[in-house]
Design a protein around this ligand. Sequence first.
Ligand code: SAH
Ligand code: SF4
Ligand code: F3S
Length: 480
Amino acid sequence: MEKDYSKYFGPSMKDARKRINKNIETIRYELDEHLTNLGKEKTYLIKTYGCQGNEADSEKMAGILQQLGFQPTEIEEEADVILFNTCAIRETAESRVFGELGRIKKIKRHNPDLLIGICGCMPQEEKVVNTVKEKYPHIDLVFGTHNIHKLGEYLYDAYLTKEKVVEVFSEEGKIIEGIPSKRAHDRKAWVNIMYGCDEFCTYCIVPYTRGKERSRNPEDIIEEVKELAREGYQEVTLLGQNVNAYGKDLNIDYTFSNLLLDLWKIEIPRIRFTTSHPRDLDEDTIKVMAKGGNIMPHLHLPVQSGSNRILKKMNRKYTKEEYLEKVERLKNLIPSISITTDIIVGFPGETGQDFEETLDLVRKVDFEGAFTFIFSPREGTPAAKYVEDLDSETKKERLQRLNKLINEGYLKGNQRFEGMTVKVLVEGLSQKNNLLSGYTEHNKLVNFEGDKSLIGKIIDLKIEKAYTWHLRGIIVKDHS
Ligand code: SAH
Ligand code: SF4
Ligand code: F3S
């Protein structure tokens, strides 16, 4: 079992770019017997950064750890294993993690037996692995996105050898089914439908850190959702970097709209999905969404920019006009739909005119929310080599102007529910104001007074008042 990890040189972003047109095999995860009891009387803490994909991975790692006997803890000083599941999407995400890795050193000083690991997207970059090796000697474990199923083995080796365990694969391997998941919520669940991304938007590091697009078999997904429904889950969110490309790599004629329709038939109250790509979102999918039922009337459809020139430089493969056409189709077939988006400002070469085009598009769509970002060059991606001709003041100004408009959209999107009765999945009780909160079908946050026995239920609320970031509601009937 014991490997010589010192012979390992780290991942290669160049290799990660390769797309080998092979069929991806599916195998089942099995716990190796020698690992049982590895975590007996030990505790773990996982810190998650980044997207829902990372949250889902953290749940799988927690599942593996608990299967080995580890117990969860929230207290760093008490933990035997601390894992940082990291995100590489922007520079700020990475600096935050490096700050944390530095800070955690003093905890290790008090507890020399503590094992600290870094995993997720950052270790998929060779420069990160090198930095960790050189500057963070207190990190014991480095692995990436393609080998979380080997976590038990890595811990075993780390305990045995007391050496640094570093293993990151540049390329994706098989699809591993059956990794136990310790889910963070007991009423809402993430369900991966695919892994990786083949889009190669020029600014984005994800195709390098997550590998080739590969879809899970429909029957595995359907079975997982049915099982969640049996366990009493109220909501599933299907995950993929471009869910609309689902099935394209399978040897069967089965697309995202087919999957959605099959899940529409399952008795689970709510189905959401993220993220959609505007080019691949097709008529069939819009039609299935329009059937309503358990498919929620909210769509996150990242546009990134409203300028055709910039969209081309970003390699997004659609125009502003095509985007607006799809939005119109969505609004025609699903009149109440809420559309949200992602936008990057300050992409290299973005002129004042390009930015005005983005604002124009935002006004035309009436987005009800958006994640907005300043472009962050990611080493190894094409856009990192584009000439940056904008000063940071201009970028910040543009972000501020955009956010002002987006915030108006949040408020308008909330105001349309004033006076209406809506269904809310109750999620929790806020310590601060003793109010319950939950999300509507359109994914709007509602706060209201009520008993905490309502947590986990879907209830009717009348919306009394809309604010920018939330709604205030009141219970309309007795749900006890
Ligand atoms: N697959 C999804 C989400 C990818 S990451 C999609 O295609 O939309 C989430 C968001 O981060 C992206 O939509 C984009 O707006 C932003 N993003 C990605 N790379 C970035 C970069 N280098 N700089 C700034 N924002 C970035
Ligand atoms: Fe990145 Fe584009 Fe893939 Fe989204 S679709 S993950 S933005 S490359
Ligand atoms: Fe970040 Fe990796 Fe997700 S880079 S956004 S955690 S796929």
